[in-house]
Ligand binder design. Structure first.
Ligand SMILES: CC(C)(COP(=O)(O)OP(=O)(O)OC[C@H]1O[C@@H](n2cnc3c(N)ncnc32)[C@H](O)[C@@H]1OP(=O)(O)O)[C@@H](O)C(=O)NCCC(=O)NCCS
Length: 151
């Protein structure tokens, strides 16, 4: 198994498939996510953007997990320090519990740091305890709550 930076559209397209699975997985915690979701051609459009990065854990040309994130563009000089946003993290079920999720987060943190970020921000659904545990282990702390009311 190898952790690589995604630079070609073949691997990027495989990450789209995993992003689709990630969003479908979030249906467990958010009933408003469509069962019809299908991401196609998204990560390949980000490959040239030096403020975005995707890392994939690859086993014999199969992507078993990935992380994607970017440097947040915060307008108006509102913040003092650069923030990197961890936007998506997914490991396919058969490969979970082996430390891959942690490695992907660590690799993204290293990238953020090289880009000059001093914080990583991310969102996680409240009931996603597995992800919460992972982030807690990596020393992330709750900062803000996202609220919703059903009309
Ligand atoms: C969250 C996810 C990426 C974790 O990937 P993983 O490769 O299994 O994670 P790791 O093996 O690196 O585990 C890291 C930590 O997560 C927690 N964790 C992992 N699996 C867990 C489980 N089944 N139950 C509780 N905690 C768990 C533990 O704290 C673990 O640390 P430890 O092994 O030192 O105890 C994976 O479960 C996944 O893709 N889930 C669906 C998508 C998702 O929730 N993504 C995050 C959205 S914000």
């Amino acid at each position: 198994m190898e952790l690589i930076q995604v630079k070609d559209s073949i691997i990027a397209d495989k990450c789209d498939e995993l992003l689709t699975l990630l969003i479908l997985d979030e249906r467990k915690y958010d009933a408003n996510i469509s069962s019809q979701v299908k991401i196609q051609g998204w990560y390949s459009t980000t490959l040239e953007d030096t403020n975005r990065v995707t890392y994939a854990m690859v086993e014999e040309n199969k992507v078993v997990g990935f992380v994607h994130g970017y440097i947040k563009d915060i307008a108006g000089g509102m913040v003092d320090e650069t923030v990197a946003l961890l936007d998506a993290l997914y490991v396919i079920p058969r490969y979970r519990g082996q430390g891959i999720g942690k490695l992907l987060v660590e690799r993204f943190e290293k990238w953020g740091s090289l880009k000059g970020a001093t914080f990583i921000d991310l969102s996680v659904l409240n009931d996603n305890k597995v992800a919460f545990n992972l982030y807690k282990k990596k020393e992330y702390i709750p900062l803000k709550s996202y609220l919703r009311k059903k009309l």
